[in-house]
Design a protein around this ligand. Structure first.
Ligand code: NAP
Length: 359
């Protein structure tokens, strides 16, 4: 929570308070570590400068996402086109849910709730005309959901499955990192469509979640399978029609051997490769030719124009209890480094969220 700096209003009417921030110390080398981040304090005025159209928000929930790990590293030529790196010495940023404290924008007023991109800090001055800032109209849903099932990861699952995978009833679907923010939703969408769905995850607890809460037909712990090819053949004796790719590396290589003719692979993420100095090679790519597989990468940022359509699709599923959603909420900005870096070690159970303040 912000505390008064003792600066008061300086006689000009504006209250100044401490603003805790999470800073990237320097570009991470090797696997990103909690020590690459630090929490510091700056001062912030709790009002929008006169004449400005900016909006001052209090940040409530911050989303921990795998792409943020890539942004903690020196920009590589391959990632640059899509995502820029964070700036060392400055707060990192990402998607969040915030409350408007003061507004110079005609589109927002004090008390409004906003889904936006914000620096990781307690209070932020945002410019709604240049960055993502969507007013939250449906407040009967837990606000943290806007960082996941009703936010960017949810849209990723929606576009990735319905658009990129071209699914049909009865098809065989495999999902890696299946218990996470995106995977848990893709699995449930596939079950709703009448597909046979199997997921992989990195612990027994996650495998239980997949089978017992998310309704997957089967699941396995990839860390305990000495032969991934054999595990996939056991789960899919007739092969895989759709692979929703979140992980890359060895899992992708094994999946290629089990794909059926005219199968589809939606390349959503390659989290196993993000923190390697040298990416692992994929040996079985020629299968894409033999099996006439369509393998398609996609970036959710290209589909933000579909956001309101996606929210309209998702809201009734949530309200009617037709979808199960599991999130892992860590409290306090000072615990941000552990929450974010934990994602890259699989410590999250469900969508990883950082709660900065209560509503
Ligand atoms: P998440 O699954 O909630 O969290 C990441 C999970 O990845 C971890 O819990 C861990 O689960 C798994 N993981 C971490 N390191 C791994 C490794 N070396 N090998 C295998 N698994 C590993 O994350 P999410 O937000 O749902 O994102 C899932 C994927 O979607 C990521 O690859 C992400 O980059 C991608 N994504 C892409 C877009 C896009 O626009 N294309 C948008 C959003 C997300 P286990 O314990 O199961 O290993």
């Amino acid at each position: 929570m912000a505390a008064s700096t003792g600066c008061g209003d300086g006689g000009g009417g504006a209250t100044v308070v401490n603003n805790k921030q999470m800073i990237l110390r320097d570009y991470a080398t090797g696997f990103v570590a909690e020590s690459d981040l630090s929490v510091t304090t700056a001062a912030v005025e709790l009002s929008v400068p006169a004449g400005s159209t900016a909006v001052l928000v209090k940040n409530l929930y911050l989303s921990c996402d795998p792409y943020m790990g890539i942004r903690m590293r020196k920009p590589s030529p391959s990632s640059l086109a899509l995502i820029g790196a964070f700036t060392p010495g400055k707060p990192i940023d990402g998607h969040g849910v915030s409350k408007v404290i003061d507004s110079g924008s005609p589109s927002f007023k004090r008390g409004d709730l906003v889904y936006c991109v914000v620096p990781w800090e307690e209070y932020s001055l945002i410019n709604p005309t240049t960055g993502l800032a969507l007013k939250i109209d449906h407040t009967d849903i837990p606000l943290s959901y806007y960082t996941g099932i009703l936010g960017m990861p949810g849209l990723t699952a929606y576009i990735g499955f319905y658009e990129i995978c071209s699914p049909k009833k009865g098809e065989y679907v495999f999902i890696s990192a299946a218990s996470g923010a995106v995977g848990q939703l893709v699995g449930q969408f596939a079950k709703m469509m009448g597909c046979y769905v199997v997921g992989s995850a990195g612990s027994k607890e996650k495998v239980d979640l997949l089978k017992n809460r998310f309704g997957f037909d089967d699941a396995f712990n990839y860390k305990e399978e000495p032969d991934l090819d054999a595990a996939l053949k056991r789960c899919f004796p007739e092969g895989i029609d759709i692979y929703f790719e979140n992980v890359g590396g060895k899992i992708l290589d094994a999946v290629l051997l089990s794909m059926r003719i005219h199968g589809r692979i939606a390349v959503c993420g390659n989290i196993s490769q993000y923190h390697l100095e040298e990416w692992e090679g994929v040996r079985n790519l020629t299968t894409v030719i033999y099996k006439r597989i369509r393998m398609e990468g996609f970036a959710t940022s290209d589909f933000m124009c579909r956001f309101s359509e996606f929210v309209e699709f998702m809201l009734p599923l949530i309200r009617e209890g037709k979808v199960t959603y599991v999130e892992d909420i860590v409290e306090g900005l000072e615990n941000g480094p552990a929450a974010l870096v934990g994602l890259f070690h699989g410590r999250n159970l469900g969508k990883q969220v950082l709660m900065v303040a209560c509503e």
